[in-house]
Design a protein around this ligand. Structure first.
Ligand code: KPL
Length: 309
C-alpha cells in the first residue's frame, strides 16, 4: 500500500515514523523545507516517551510535483485551515480509488476534503496521541491516547478495518468506530479544554490538572462545549471534564499543538476548535462566554505576531 502523509508537522511525522515500520510504503510531504531536508540528511529522529531516541528513514518531499507514488491512502495532517489547498495540491498523485483519511483536530475537516474528492473517498478519525516538533528533523512523542477511524456516516467498512489493522501493526493503538462524528465531537472537547489555555499561558498540558485556576478555566470551557454538543444531538459523556483532564495528564510533557503554533508565531486552529463552539453557540442561542474570550484572546495574539511578520 502506498501512503502519502499530507502534512508532516509533529503529528504527521510521528504517525509517518510509526507507519514506516509496516509493509506499506510511506512518503512524507510537507512545505516545511527545513524539516524535510533534515529528514533527508539525518533521518527522522523521535525522542520516545521512555527517554530513548529512535531514528526512521522515510522518503520525504517538500515539492508536491516530486512525490513519486500514486497514493492508495492519503493521511491528511495539515492544519485545518489549510485542508482544501493541501488536498488540491496533491491530486496529481491520486486516482479514483485513493482514500483520504483525516486525523486533524477540530470540526469541518472531512467535509472540506469531501467537497474536493467526494464523500465516498473520505475516512475520518481522531487521535489523542501527542507530539512536539523539537527542531528540524526531530520530534518528541508527548503521550499516548486512543485513535479511532471510521466512515463519515454510520458503519464499519472493510477499508476501515484494513487501515485500523495497519495502524495497530505500526504500534498505534487504534479501533474502528461506526460513530466517528460523535468521537470527533468528543475529541473537540479535549482541544477546547487544553489548547487555547496552554497556548495563552505557555504551559505544558500537564500543568492544567495540577493547577486549580487552569483546571477551573478548562472545566468552564468544556462545560460550555458539552451544552452546545448536547443541543446538537451528541450524547457527550457526563465525565467529559475528567476525561479532558486525564488526557492532559497522559500528554503532560506535551506542548499542545496550538501552544506550538503560538511559540512559532504561526496561525492557529482556533476557528476549528473554540471558535467552532462560539459559532455553534451563537446559532443555537447558547451563551459561551469562556470559549468566546479564549477565541478572541488567541485571535488577538495571532494578529499581533502575524502583523509583525
Ligand atoms: O490534540 C492535542 C493537541 O495538542 O492538539 C492534544 C491531545 C491535546 C495533545 O497535546
Amino acid at each position: 500500500m502506498n501512503i502519502l502523509m499530507l502534512g508532516a508537522g509533529a503529528m504527521g511525522s510521528l504517525l509517518g515514523a510509526r507507519l514506516s515500520r509496516t509493509s506499506a510504503r510511506i512518503v512524507l510531504f510537507s512545505t516545511n523545507q527545513k524539516h524535510i531536508e533534515a529528514i533527508g540528511r539525518n533521518s527522522l529522529t523521535v525522542e520516545e516517551l521512555d527517554g530513548s531516541v529512535s531514528r526512521f528513514t522515510i522518503e520525504s518531499y517538500h515539492h508536491a510535483h516530486d512525490i513519486p507514488i500514486k497514493a492508495d491512502l492519503v493521511i491528511v495532517m495539515v492544519k485545518s485551515y489549510a485542508t482544501r489547498k493541501a488536498v488540491s495540491g496533491v491530486l496529481q498523485c491520486c486516482g479514483d480509488s485513493t482514500v483520504f483519511l483525516t486525523l486533524q483536530n477540530g470540526i469541518g475537516n472531512w467535509e472540506q476534503i469531501a467537497e474536493r474528492v467526494g464523500e465516498k473517498s473520505v475516512l475520518l478519525g481522531s487521535t489523542a496521541q501527542g507530539a512536539t516538533l523539537v527542531d528540524a528533523g526531530v520530534i518528541r512523542h508527548g503521550g499516548n491516547g486512543p485513535t479511532y477511524i471510521g466512515e463519515p456516516r454510520q458503519g464499519v467498512s472493510r477499508r476501515v478495518r484494513n487501515v485500523v489493522d495497519l495502524f495497530n501493526e505500526a504500534g498505534i493503538k487504534t479501533e474502528p468506530s461506526g460513530r466517528m462524528e460523535q468521537l470527533i465531537w468528543e475529541k473537540l472537547h479535549v482541544n477546547v479544554g487544553i489548547n487555547a489555555i496552554t497556548a495563552l499561558t505557555g504551559i505544558r498540558n500537564g500543568f492544567i490538572p495540577e493547577t486549580e485556576a487552569a483546571a477551573a478555566l478548562c472545566k468552564a470551557a468544556v462545560v460550555e462545549a458539552m451544552d452546545v454538543a448536547g443541543r446538537k444531538g451528541f450524547s457527550i459523556p457526563g465525565d467529559m471534564v475528567d476525561r479532558v483532564l486525564g488526557i492532559a495528564r497522559a500528554t503532560a510533557i506535551n506542548r499542545s499543538s496550538m501552544g506550538q503554533d503560538v511559540d512559532r508565531k504561526k496561525r492557529t486552529e482556533i476557528d476549528a476548535i473554540n471558535g467552532a463552539i462560539v459559532r455553534a453557540g451563537d446559532e443555537l442561542g447558547i451563551p459561551v462566554p469562556v470559549n468566546r474570550t479564549l477565541t478572541l484572546l488567541i485571535k488577538t495574539l495571532e494578529a499581533h505576531y502575524l502583523k509583525a511578520q
